[in-house]
Each structure stands twice: as C-alpha cells, then as structure tokens.
Design a protein around this ligand. Structure first.
Ligand code: GDP
Length: 305
C-alpha cells in the first residue's frame, strides 16, 4: 500500500496542489467554486464532458447534504469520484479470471509499442511465481527487433520459462507452441506478449485475432484475460487507443502504466466512463515490484491526499 502511494506521488502532488489551491480559495460552494473544480478535473485529463457531469452532480449533492465546510465538500468530491468509477463499471470486479483447475490460464497482452506490455508481463509473472504458480511466457512479438530478447531477459530475471520464435516468423505459431507446452507440461499461467505496431493497424488486429483463435482452438475457455496496456502519460491519446483495440479485440481489462510519471491520472475515470472496461492493474515504475492491483477507492483518495 505504501508502495502504491509512493508511485502516485506525482499524480497526487500536482492534482493535490491544484485541489489545495481550489480549497484555499474556497469561500462558499458557489458557481465560481464549481467552475474551478471543473478546470481542475479537466487538467487532470478526466475529460471535458465527464468533468462537467461530475461538477453538475456534485452541485446537487452538496446542496442536498447541506455541505458547507471545506471538509464536507472535499469528502463529497472524493465520494463522487469513486462513485463515477464504480458506476461506470456496473459492479464488475477487477480480479483476474482464472481457468478451471487443471487447465492453464492464458493472459493475452495487447497495446501499442512502448506502452509497457513486456515490462508489465515481467512484473506480473514474478507476482504469480511468488504465489507458487508455474508460469510460462510466450514472445509473440516476432516483428519488433529486440522484443523477444527483452522478454527472454525478464524470464531469466523472474526465473520462469519462455517460448520464442524466429524473427519475423508467424506469431500465431509461437502462440500455438506455447499453449501446447502449457497444456502438456501443466503450467498454471501463460502470458502472451504481442506486437504493437500501429502503422498497419488492420494487419495488427488480424494478427491478434489469429492468435486468439489459435489459443481458443486448443483451450476453448481461453484466453481468460485480454489485457489492453495503456500509457497513462499519453492522456487522451490512451483513450483513443482504447477505443481502437476495444473495437477489434475482446478486451477484458486494462493495465494503466506509468502512473508514476503523470499528473493526469484522471484518464482512469475517462476510460472507465466511456469504455466501461475495468482497470485491473496499474504500473507505478520500472522495477519488478512496481505493479499493483487497481483499487478505485485507494486511487481517488491518493489523488487528494
Ligand atoms: P512494450 O513495447 O509495450 O512492450 O513496452 P516496454 O515494456 O518495452 O516498456 C517501454 C518503456 O516503458 C520501458 O522503458 C519501461 O521500463 C517503461 N515502463 C513500463 N512500465 C512503466 C511504469 O509503470 N512506469 C514507468 N516509469 N516506466 C514504465
């Protein structure tokens, strides 16, 4: 928990700074106050429409509760933001889906180059290995030079096994081999790293579809998770990517990386509101321990502390 807090320092300090300024100027819950609140939310990349919606609903709630003190108003705002996240998810929980006992769970990672797919797999594989799971990695980004080596490095560091293919070979073939090995050798979890070149986005989506089919043909219930990895520092750009991937693959959840490097954590709310996808994990740095399950309460409280 402390680690999570530390990772959010930047998001929080900037958000909190603005928020403190807002509260310092606080005289009454008047129109001026809500205008400034909207600006604060927009600056944090919550998105224009959502900022307005939150502000409107907050005005009603503040009035209804008869909240007048700074403290009451702040509590109402925090509750509201947590609520915005929860409602958008319709109660959907953010835990990872696992295969029935005896079968390997397959987690497919998708997202554009540089967002942190490989790093996230490296971190997560370690987490599950520490829970005594038998973990296998598949390097299905055969396209980008160095991608396979990078995953092999992580496998070494994590002391887990990895399946690789030749450069420019068919990624679906790597996936086929990996699933077969996961089944034959009784692995608990298979993590699949995929390509993320957006220059030819139609080809990429077809490639991802083919990989998914390859998995499902061997394991009808898999993949248990298709995790879209997004870089939080890219703000509204991340939202754009989320739309694209959600339209073409059956994304089951999100990993939001680099939250340690941004003051724009509000993008979590924007993505949640528009795409209704649960944020399952957040990346909080480059080290193997810098990954945490996402917790909406903790996240929002962190922003305002
Ligand atoms: P991929 O192309 O999607 O596989 O992205 P990589 O895993 O290669 O990551 C790209 C860069 O982002 C690397 O330098 C990582 O160390 C860095 N990175 C990944 N996740 C995080 C994170 O949560 N915080 C920070 N600060 N850097 C990260």
């Amino acid at each position: 928990e402390d680690h999570y807090e530390a990772g959010l320092t930047k998001t929080r300090s900037s958000f909190a700074e603005k928020f403190q300024l807002l509260m310092a100027n606080f005289r009454a819950v008047d129109e001026n106050f809500f205008d400034e609140l909207e600006e604060t939310l927009i600056a944090a990349d919550v998105g224009f429409e959502i900022a307005l919606k939150i502000s409107d609903e907050l005005q009603d709630e503040v009035r209804l509760k008869n909240a007048t003190s700074k403290k009451e108003v702040q509590e109402t705002i925090i509750e509201k933001l947590v609520d915005v996240y929860d409602q958008a998810g319709n109660g959907e929980d953010n835990s990872m889906h696992m295969a029935a006992a005896g079968n390997p769970s397959v987690f497919l990672f998708v997202g554009v180059n540089g967002v942190g797919k490989t790093t996230t797999i490296g971190k997560m594989a370690q987490l599950y290995r520490q829970q005594s799971k038998k973990v296998l990695l598949a390097a299905a980004d055969t396209f980008r030079a160095g991608a396979t080596e990078q995953l092999v490095e992580w496998a070494k560091r994590d002391q887990v096994d990895v399946v690789t293919g030749k450069e420019k070979s068919d990624p679906a073939a790597v996936v086929f081999d990996a699933v077969k090995r996961a089944v034959d050798q009784h692995y608990d979890i298979l993590f699949v790293d995929t390509a993320g070149r957006l220059q030819n986005n139609e080809n990429l989506m077809r490639e991802l579809e083919k990989m998914k089919k390859t998995i499902t043909r061997q394991l009808p219930e898999a993949p248990q998770e298709v995790l879209l990895v997004l870089d939080a520092t890219t703000g509204q750009n991340a939202l754009q990517q989320a739309r694209l991937f959600k339209d073409s693959t059956d994304v089951t959840g999100l990993v939001l990386t680099k939250l340690d490097g941004t003051a724009k954590g509000g993008i979590v709310l924007a993505i949640r509101q528009e795409l209704h996808l649960p944020v399952k994990w957040v990346g909080l740095g480059e080290k193997v321990t810098d990954l945490a399950p996402f917790d909406a309460d903790q996240f929002v409280y962190g922003l305002f502390k």
